[in-house]
Design a protein around this ligand. Structure first.
Ligand code: NDP
Ligand code: MG
Length: 360
């Protein structure tokens, strides 16, 4: 239950009505688990000496991680189908081959394909190249947790997951630092799986940023939860509702875009760099009071109950079943939603506003 706060003025009178200023009374901090953060000193790239890492897929993550590992002295080859990504890997100077040949050649097979493709590519092209003592690696545990890949018991299975998009992984590495990341060990018949994961993380710069060791289940469930409830689903719906409410009330669309979409970056940048309190410190007192006054009225405790249901759908595998069936059918709903969004006024007006900020 939310606790309600009655604001008093200095003379003891009550200002306004009940204001839900503290909806988080039911948040139990006893549940907090903390983790050890691993750095460069905890990892040794020489574990990879004499080994070949095949990066399978050369998209956002594949390109960034392959380039960083190569710069750190790791022998990296690329397994990919002919096309745009193949051409990009050749252009970047890598030895490029089919997925099947790369899987056969390499000691460590780092699969960076779209999650919904892992199962079929693994079965047809990677599994035949596996032998005892090899390592399968990924950057998101979806395929192992939801069993689209069921690896043989005699190969190690690890995860090395940068916590950022590929462009960011590469940019921060080139600046001499590193994107933070996660590692996990799913299967460890050789006993060396964690050392290999840490070595890859270090070669990608992640131990400079800081690496947390988790389980594949924790990473998979938390990643899906975050993107479905806060970062993508959640944030996008909040922006669209705000924008639509102002438009339907007759306010100009361009202004609604500024208020409900554009300015989100300014707020999030401060939270990213310095935290929520610092963000509250730079907005006006009026804005900060509005946050406490209205936030819980828009996103009340019922939202947390819905989030708990979402977490259950993720943990039970229900979401994965729905998504894999959708992907297998050619993703008709995904494509329809994508097309509808392109027509939504928030995107149409948005492209006009964003053009104002383009610098050549
Ligand atoms: P992308 O979509 O950017 O890249 C996928 C790559 O796979 C492309 O090179 C594509 O090549 C190739 N590919 C697709 N299908 C096949 C196929 N049948 N055979 C061979 N190659 C194929 O994916 P991401 O880099 O975003 O994601 C890769 C993994 O990294 C996923 O597991 C994801 O969850 C994880 N991850 C992603 C993050 C992100 O921010 N994007 C963050 C952390 C982890 P082509 O050009 O030919 O289509
Ligand atoms: Mg994520």
């Amino acid at each position: 239950m939310p606790c309600f706060f009655l604001a008093n003025d200095k003379k003891g009178g009550i200002l306004g009505s009940c204001i839900p200023l503290c909806v988080q009374k039911d948040f139990n901090s006893k549940h907090i688990n903390t983790m050890e953060i691993l750095h460069d000193k905890d990892a040794d790239v020489s574990v990879l000496n004499g080994k070949t890492v095949a990066v399978i897929g050369y998209g956002a993550q594949g390109r960034a991680q392959a380039l960083c590992m190569r710069d750190s002295g790791v022998h990296v080859i690329i397994g990919i189908r002919p096309g745009k990504s193949w051409d990009a890997a050749v252009q970047d100077g890598f030895e490029v081959m089919s997925v099947a040949d790369a899987a056969k050649t390499a000691d460590i097979i780092h699969i960076l394909l779209p999650d919904e493709m892992h199962g079929s590519v693994y079965t047809e092209q990677i599994k035949p190249g596996l032998s005892a003592g090899k390592t399968l690696c990924c950057s998101h545990g979806f395929a192992y947790v939801f069993k689209t890949i069921e690896p043989p018991a005699d190969v190690d299975v690890i995860m090395v997951a940068p916590k950022g998009p590929g462009t960011e992984v590469r940019r921060v590495f080139e600046e001499g630092f590193g994107c933070p990341g996660l590692i996990a060990v799913f299967q460890n018949p050789t006993g060396n799986a964690k050392n290999v994961a840490l070595a890859m993380a270090k070669a990608e710069g992640l131990t400079r940023g800081g690496v947390l060791e988790c389980t594949m289940q924790q990473e998979t469930y938390e990643d899906l939860f975050g993107e479905q409830n806060v970062l993508c689903g959640g944030l996008v719906d909040l922006m669209k509702y705000g924008f639509e409410t102002l438009i339907e009330a007759g306010y100009p669309a361009e202004m609604a875009y500024f208020e409900c979409v554009h300015e989100a970056k300014l707020i999030v940048d401060i939270i990213y760099n310095k935290g929520i309190q610092a963000m509250n410190g730079v907005i006006s007192n009026t804005a900060e009071f509005g946050e406490y006054y209205n936030g819980p009225q828009i996103l009340g405790p019922e939202v947390k109950e819905k989030m708990k249901e979402s977490l259950k759908r993720i943990e039970s595998g229900e979401f994965a079943r729905v998504w894999l069936a959708e992907a297998a059918a050619g993703a008709p709903n995904l494509l329809a939603k994508r097309a509808a969004l392109a027509e939504h006024p928030v995107e149409v007006v948005g492209s006009k506003i964003r053009a104002l900020f383009e610098r050549n």
